[in-house]
Every structure is written in C-alpha cells, then in structure tokens.
Design a binder for this molecule. Structure first.
Ligand code: CAA
Length: 246
C-alpha cells in the first residue's frame, strides 16, 4: 500500500517539485488546488504525466476553516488515511508597511498561516491515533530573518515555525513528527514577480550566487518524510544557499 501525502498549493513552483518528488518516492499524493482552478490543475496534472493512482486533484479553499474540516474528514473516509501533510500554499502581497493595506495583511496571514491550522487540525488527531505521521510546513528564509517589504509574509512564515515547534511537542509521543523547511529565493513564478532590481540585489547577497531550484527544496522535504528523518522533529531545515545562517 502506498503511503498518502497531502500537499496544499501543489501546482505552484515548489509544490509541483515536491509532488513529483513524492510520486518518485512512492507516495500517492493528494494535490490540493484552490476553488475554481480545476481546469488549470487538470492541465498541470497532464503536463506532468501524473496518473490517477499517484496523484489525486482535490479542490480545497485553505482559508476556509469549515470547508477544510468537512472536506478533509471526507477525504480521510475515502482514502482511509493521510500519512503526510505538507502545508505549502502561500502568496505574497509585498509592500512597505507604511503603505500596506489591511487586506494585504489579512490575505497573506489567511493563506499562509491560518491555512496551516485549517488543514492540519482535521488530519493531526487521526495521525496520532494511528501512531505515526509527518507534518511539513514550508516556511521561508524571510520568516527567519525578516524581509524589507514583507511584514505580512515574514510574520506568517515565522508563525509557521512557532507552530512547528509547538505541534512537534504535542505529536512526539504519538510518533508524529512536525518540521519546517525554510527555502531561500527559489526559481518560481512567485520570485519571478519581484521587481528585477530587488531580486538582483538579493541575488548579490546569496553566498552561493544563485537562486535555489525547486527540486532542491523538494529533496529536503523528501528526506524529512522518509524513514531517515524519523527522529527529527520541531526543526527548521534551511535550504537557502547561505543567504542567512543562524
Ligand atoms: N533595506 C533598506 N531599505 C530598502 C531596502 C532594504 N532591503 N529595499 C529598499 N529600500 C529602500 C529603497 O532604497 C527606497 O529608499 P528611498 O525612498 O530613500 O529611495 C525605499 O526603501 C523604497 O524602496 P522601493 O523603491 O523598493 O519601494 P517600492 O514601494 O517601489 O517597493 C517593495 C517596495 C515591493 C517591497 C520592494 O522593495 C521589493 O520588492 N522588495 C523585495 C521584497 C521581497 O524580497 N519579496 C520576496 C518575494 S518572493 C518570496 O517571498 C519567496 C521567499 O520565501 C523567499
């Protein structure tokens, strides 16, 4: 029987690489996409040559607490179990704090942080009852160091790290590990949206002199969900080319 991993924001840059990696690792992946994006998700599914056995598209509004509770309970009944949860969905609404609108604050906190509660809560108790599971939160270097123009994003990504440590303490006795991966600047559509001069400046500060490939982030996730990562919990694994060293 294949283990089942659910990933939010699956068709994004990093999400897509993680989905492909987990399929390669032998998982059945529940790939969530936002409401109304079925067609786009189907196109992504076909472009990546996934099969119905290995990837199931699953519509989920990660910002909607009630919908997540209902749909994830149904998913558990249909699939029998979820062994791994990867909270990957995220957006940016960058801007200096003086000009940040309440909506830009709320949208980023809802999608990047409140989603972690919404998605993890229905799946965590069943994992504990079963006596094992993995939760991976995709944070960011900017949640660790703080980034000019990203008070909303940095707050959400730092919140994910606090959540990781607290939930790791709660899951440990039941064999459920909870870890974060903190990517640096990665070649994704999200980073491609940045002002070229801002990105150029950041790139000049990366000791390795280049952005990360999404596959490099996916390998870190793959390790943490593998048997080799069984004794690691409450940790944040940075994959940032040396941009920030703690
Ligand atoms: N530190 C200090 N001052 C800075 C600064 C920095 N890092 N960056 C800009 N400033 C200064 C500028 O020099 C400028 O000063 P003056 O007014 O004296 O000239 C002032 O702040 C305003 O800067 P901008 O012209 O850049 O302001 P803007 O309103 O046009 O743009 C911004 C604001 C959109 C936030 C832009 O600064 C920016 O894109 N910053 C980078 C944000 C970033 O890193 N986003 C990452 C997105 S990808 C991601 O988040 C994935 C991940 O996890 C890594």
């Amino acid at each position: 029987m294949k283990k089942i991993a659910l990933i939010t924001g699956a068709k994004g840059g990093i999400g897509s690489a993680i989905t492909s990696q987990l399929v390669e690792d032998g998982f059945r992946v529940i790939a969530t996409h936002s409401v109304g994006k079925r067609e786009c998700a189907q196109k992504w599914f076909e472009e990546n040559n996934f099969t119905k056995d290995t990837v199931r598209l699953f519509e989920l509004d990660v910002t909607d607490t009630n919908q997540c509770a209902e749909r994830l309970v149904t998913l558990l009944q249909e699939e029998g179990t979820v062994d791994v949860v990867i909270n990957n969905a995220g957006i940016t609404k960058d801007g200096v704090f003086k000009k940040m609108t309440p909506q830009a604050w709320k949208d980023v906190i809802d999608t990047n942080l409140n989603s972690v509660f919404n998605v993890t809560q229905p799946l965590f108790a069943p994992m504990c009852e079963k006596g094992g599971g993995r939760v991976i939160n995709i944070s960011s270097v900017n949640g660790i160091k703080g980034q000019f123009g990203q008070t909303n994003y940095s707050a959400a990504k730092a919140g994910m790290i606090g959540f990781t440590k607290a939930l790791a303490a709660e899951g440990a006795r039941s064999g459920v590990t909870v870890n974060a991966v903190a990517p640096g600047y990665t070649m994704t559509p999200m980073v491609a949206q940045m002002k070229p001069e801002a990105l150029e400046f950041i790139q000049s500060q990366i000791p390795m002199g280049r952005l990360a490939e999404s596959e490099e982030i996916a390998k870190a996730v793959s390790f943490l969900v593998s048997d080799a990562g069984a004794y690691i919990t409450g940790e944040t694994l940075s994959v940032n080319g040396g941009l920030y060293m703690q």
